[in-house]
Design a protein around this ligand. Sequence first.
Ligand SMILES: O=C(O)C(=O)C[C@]1(C(=O)O)C=C[C@@H](O)C=C1
Length: 242
Amino acid sequence: MSANPDLDRVRQEIDRVDKAMLDLIAERLALSADVRRAKAGAKLWRPSREDGHVAHLAERATHTGTPPALVSRIWAELMSASISVQGSSRIHVALEGDARANLSLIRDRFGGSLPVLSYPTSSNALAACYGEDEGIAVLPAPGGMNNWWTALAAGGAMPELKIVAPLPRIEAGDWPRAVAIAAIDLDIGSFDGDGRILCASRDVMPGLVRAESGDLSLYEIAATEDVDARDVIGYLPPPVSV
Ligand SMILES: O=C(O)C(=O)C[C@]1(C(=O)O)C=C[C@@H](O)C=C1
């Protein structure tokens, strides 16, 4: 029968691993300054890069027994810390519905490095986000009474804003609980074929109607479909498998 490992020895090993991780975190943060210079004025927050990168890491993690949700939370911290090294970006959240759950979704997706400002309604949070170059709004997902998305449609008040990320990132299910919005140009040609395009239209489109307001419908459409760029109000990346 093998003896129990000695606690002091195990703790020494944990110390060794933690110091190595700390050095790697410092190295990663130092690279953020280089990334900022390399991006030369492009937006700080790049949700497509974040979600694609985390999806690869989560996939890799499943081979080592590391929970993908843990990977997503750790990299949420690392990437938001990187954003705050690069500049200033704030999250505007609507405290509609289950406020505590919304804040916990934000913590899981964005970590604790970015300032979070709260507003009583989705319209208030959206307007605050619209007023900033690097603003991010987190709102309840479109559907039911949540019709703030009409402001993003062509002819709406804030067509430059797009739905760019689902919350939660992992195990979002069929439709996310909340979504993140920012003034980010969506490159339709670069969408992952397994992702979903969100379109607002008065015409019938080849997809699932997720929300309706007046004669406007929000369609969830496979990213393989051809759509008119003017109808696109968002993109959801392929769900991260666990
Ligand atoms: O790749 C970038 O553009 C970065 O700014 C780096 C980084 C990261 O830390 O990995 C940080 C923020 C972006 O949202 C995406 C990724």
